[in-house]
Design a protein around this ligand. Structure first.
Ligand SMILES: Nc1ncnc2c1ncn2[C@@H]1O[C@H](COP(=O)(O)OP(=O)(O)OP(=O)(O)O)[C@@H](O)[C@H]1O
Length: 441
C-alpha cells in the first residue's frame, strides 16, 4: 500500500531523515516509534506531502506520491496531526464536514445524502455527536482530538496517518479508539500508520513497528523484534525492562525508576520468633514468589509470617502468611554466604512435620526467570530433604522465595548453579537442624 525507499530530507539544507526505507501493507497497523526529535512527525509529513523530501521515493497504491492531485491524495489518505491548541471557531459538525471536501464535485459543491451519512457515521464512531453544535474551541483536548479524528474518517481514506492519536485521551478513549482502528484495518482493509510515544500501546495494537533514532531507521519488524530491551535502552537512554503482557502474546515495557535502588541486605536479625509465630519484617519490599495452599503468585512483600491456626487472621496486602495447625511452632534459621551474597533459610514446622513451611530470603537481584528457577529448586530441595528424613506424603507446605533486588545479579538458580546448590544444601541442613530442635524440645 505504501512504499518508502531511501527517503532523505528535512526543512533546510540539513537532512532530518536519512535514507529511510520501509513498506506498509494494506490493512496493516504500522507504528512509528522514536525519541523526541527523531523525525517521526517529519516522516508523516513527507508521506502526506506536507513537507517535500529531497531524495528517495514514496509510492502509494503503486503510484508515485507526486503523481496524485491534491483531491485524489485526500481521498487516498487522511492525516490526524499532533494536537494543537490553535483551532478555527467552527462547530464540531462543521469541522467534521470539512473532511468531505475531496469527495465533493462540481463548481458549487453540493452536499449529498452520502456526505451527510458519512459525517454522521464518523461522529458516531468517535462519539462526538453529543457536542456536534458546540464550537471546537470550547472542547477539552481529548474531545477535540476525537473531533479531528472524526474529520479524518469522514474523508473515507484508504490510509490513515496519525500523529500520537492517543495524546490527550483518557484510558477508555485510548482503548476505544485503538480497538476501533484495529477493527477497521481488519474489516475495511484500512491502512493505519501511526506515531506512538507509548511503547506498550504500540506493542498491543501494531502489526509492525519502525524505530527511528536521529532520523535513521534503527529497526523494523514485529513488536517482539523491535521492542528489544537493550535496543530500547540504548535508543531512549533509559532503564527499562521487558515483560510478557499478562493476557496477550505481546511485550510489555516497564520503566524502572531510580528510587527502586532503595534497599539493602537482610540478616537473620530481622526474624522474630516465639512458640506461636515466626515473623520476618523487612524494612523494604522484597520481590517474592510464593507457592502456598492459600494462594501462589509473584508480588512485592515486606512481611512474612508463620502462625499457628489458633490466632486471628490479619488482612495485610504487604504480607505473606502461612498457617500451621498446631499449638507449638518449631523453627530454624540459617544463613549461607555473607553480606549481599547470602541466602537466609527459615524453616518452620509442627512437631509431626505435617506442615513444613520454607522461606528463602536471597540477598541479590533476580529477573523473572531466576525467580521461577529459585522456586522450582526450592521445591525440589524440600521434597528431597523431607523424603530422606521423614515423610513420604505430600503435605500442605508453603514455600516463599524473596529477593532483596539489590547487590549481586543472580544469573541462575537452577539446581546446578551456585545459588541452586546452596538452596539444595541449605534446605537439607535446615531440615536436619529442625528435626534436632523437635527432638530436643
Ligand atoms: N518546521 C520545522 N522547521 C525546522 N526544523 C523542524 C521543523 N519541524 C521539526 N523540525 C526539527 O526536525 C527534527 C525532527 O522533528 P520531528 O517533529 O519530526 O520529531 P519527532 O520525532 O516527531 O519528535 P516528538 O517526539 O518530539 O514529536 C527536530 O530536530 C525538529 O527540531
Amino acid at each position: 500500500m505504501l512504499q518508502v525507499e531511501h527517503l532523505s530530507g528535512g526543512y533546510s539544507e540539513q537532512n532530518i531523515l536519512k535514507d529511510i526505507s520501509f513498506t506498509v501493507e494494506r490493512g496493516e497497523m504500522f507504528g512509528i516509534l522514536g525519541p523526541n526529535g527523531s523525525g517521526k512527525s517529519t516522516l508523516l509529513k513527507m508521506i502526506s506531502r506536507l513537507v517535500p523530501f529531497k531524495t528517495g521515493k514514496i509510492t502509494v497504491a503503486g503510484r508515485p506520491l507526486q503523481a496524485f492531485s491534491s483531491k485524489d491524495l485526500a481521498k487516498m489518505m487522511a492525516v490526524l496531526p499532533q494536537a494543537s491548541s490553535e483551532v478555527f471557531p467552527f462547530t464540531v459538525k462543521e469541522t467534521v464536514e470539512l473532511g468531505r471536501y475531496a469527495h465533493q464535485r462540481g463548481l458549487f459543491h453540493s452536499w449529498t445524502q452520502k456526505d451527510e451519512s458519512v459525517v454522521q457515521e464518523a461522529m458516531e464512531l468517535t462519539k462526538v455527536q453529543v457536542f456536534q453544535d458546540a464550537s471546537i474551541q470550547d472542547l477539552s483536548g481529548g474531545e477535540r482530538q476525537r473531533a479531528f479524528l472524526s474529520q479524518a474518517l469522514a474523508q473515507e481514506p484508504e490510509i490513515l496517518l496519525l500523529d500520537e492519536p492517543t495524546n490527550h485521551l483518557d484510558l477508555s478513549h485510548q482503548k476505544n479508539l485503538l480497538d476501533q482502528l484495529k477493527i477497521w484495518t481488519r474489516e475495511k482493509g484500512l491502512t493505519v500508520i501511526t506515531v506512538f510515544h507509548d511503547l506498550n500501546l504500540a506493542s498491543l495494537y501494531c502489526d509492525r513497528l519502525l524505530l527511528l533514532s536521529n532520523g535513521q531507521v534503527v529497526q523494523t519488524g514485529s513488536p517482539e523484534e523491535v521492542l528489544n530491551e537493550s535496543l530500547i535502552r540504548s535508543v531512549y537512554h533509559t532503564e527499562i525492562e521487558k515483560l510478557p503482557h499478562p493476557e496477550v502474546p505481546k511485550p510489555n515495557m516497564v520503566l524502572v525508576p531510580e528510587i527502586k535502588k532503595a534497599g539493602g541486605a537482610l540478616k537473620e536479625g530481622h526474624i522474630r520468633k516465639d512458640k506461636e509465630t515466626v515473623r520476618l519484617e523487612s524494612p523494604f519490599f522484597l520481590k517474592t514468589i510464593l507457592s502456598a495452599p492459600n494462594g501462589s503468585g509473584v508480588g512485592w512483600k515486606k512481611r512474612f509470617k508463620v502462625k499457628n491456626g489458633l490466632s486471628a487472621n490479619e488482612q495485610d496486602p504487604q504480607a505473606i502468611e502461612m498457617i500451621i495447625q498446631a499449638e507449638r511452632i518449631y523453627s530454624i534459621s540459617k544463613t549461607f554466604g555473607t553480606g549481599d551474597h547470602s541466602i537466609i533459610f527459615v524453616l518452620t514446622a509442627d512437631r509431626h512435620l505435617h506442615y513444613v513451611h520454607t522461606w528463602l530470603v536471597i540477598n541479590g537481584h533476580a529477573d523473572e526467570s531466576v525467580l521461577i528457577e529459585a522456586l522450582a529448586t526450592g521445591l525440589e530441595a524440600k521434597e528431597k530433604a523431607l523424603r530422606k528424613y521423614t515423610r513420604s506424603t505430600v503435605a500442605d507446605d508453603g514455600l516463599a522465595v524473596a529477593f532483596t533486588q539489590t547487590g549481586k545479579e543472580i544469573v541462575s538458580a537452577r539446581p546446578s548453579s551456585e545459588v541452586g546448590e546452596t538452596i539444595l544444601r541449605g534446605v537439607m541442613e535446615c531440615v536436619e537442624a529442625l528435626l534436632e530442635e523437635i527432638v530436643l524440645k
